[in-house]
Design a protein around this ligand. Sequence first.
Ligand code: SF4
Length: 427
Amino acid sequence: MNAHVQGCTAGTEIAVDAVRRESGQREVFCGLTGIVWLHRKIQDAFFLVVGSRTCAHLIQSAAGVMIFAEPRFATAIMEEKDLAGLTDANDELDRIVTQLIARRPDIRLLFLVGSCPSEVIKLDLSRAALRLSQKFSPAVRILNYSGSGIETTFTQGEDACLASLVPAAPSGGTGEDQLLIVGSLADVVEDQFVRMFEALGIGKVQFLPPRNSTALPAVGPNTKFLLAQPFLADTARALEDRGAKRLAAPFPLGVEGTTAWLCAAADAFGVAPALFETVTHPYRVRAERALMRYRDQLAGRRIFLFPDSQLEIPLARFLSRELSMQLVEVGTPYLHREHLAEELKLLPAGVALTEGQDVDLQLDRCRSSRPDLVVCGLGLANPLEAEGMTTKWSIELVFTPIQGYEQAADLAELFARPLVRRAKLVA
Ligand code: SF4
């Protein structure tokens, strides 16, 4: 099957020693940020952050101060007396959860989300989740995970959340193999993939996270899973602990990545190469045609990616191979060598890869190389723009539907747009 996927197995493996490692000051959002997209995805879940006013402000600003009639996230704010141990934070938490569940009978799944303050006072949210589950089960399932900013990056919040769901998933047994797609995808993208898997004859496909908490996918030795996002190390480990097997593949960004990702599933489920070709060919042709106008705008432009979302390596592969952009430096907060192995093979030889961050050193390298476009977090974008550089916020790439054939041109446009805007400003 790999034979008809250009680049599925080609490429030079990046020597692990060639990766620059940095461990200085970092500029990243914390894992609470994931709530912004996860609460939209799991439609009967509620996220209760146990944190401070800072945590509440972070979520509000990351959510763009969206006004919902009934928001599905909130912060139980720990006051100074809680932090000083003057009150029993557990009693307070039980009271807040009881009130919340009484007021919101639509909640079927409640996440208690840990933060830096709750970790500092060592509030045991796993015990709280167990205690409250006994009280509210079966009407409401209560789980916990940490979104704390200590040593994390913002997409790790999704990893921690999904990993907490795995033990709650029913047993998949050893029957017929089932495909599980792991990682949040926009509903529109999910629907496109469902149609494609159906056309390929790959039975019932399940998703983690599900749109509804009552539809948690079954997991067991008959589960074969494809990661849809590159930042799900803990979730993958939890699935493997339950006997599921990961299908090695690049990530579904761009035409090539999407084809190779689908190809990994098709191989594992014995889809005939001719059928794979028939199903994917029209999509590939259409997507490649849509990419052409962006290739004209982006080819030869030099791009610098700061480590932020953990999407950097698949993005760099797409930008260099499908849009002919030149990679000045590709930073990633963490490099999961196993999950990224198929991506690393597809990067151009000699690419400058950095794992971790020492933000001042990296800024120096960025300034001296004067790239055409910089992909970075919000904290770096404004100062760099003020210095005359053109930037793209990496967080936008997590909020926007970018996976799959039909989104390949939209993904390219996200990189072309800031360059067009800058050109207009200069003209
Ligand atoms: S969890 Fe920590 S890093 Fe995140 S907003 Fe709260 S205090 Fe700040």
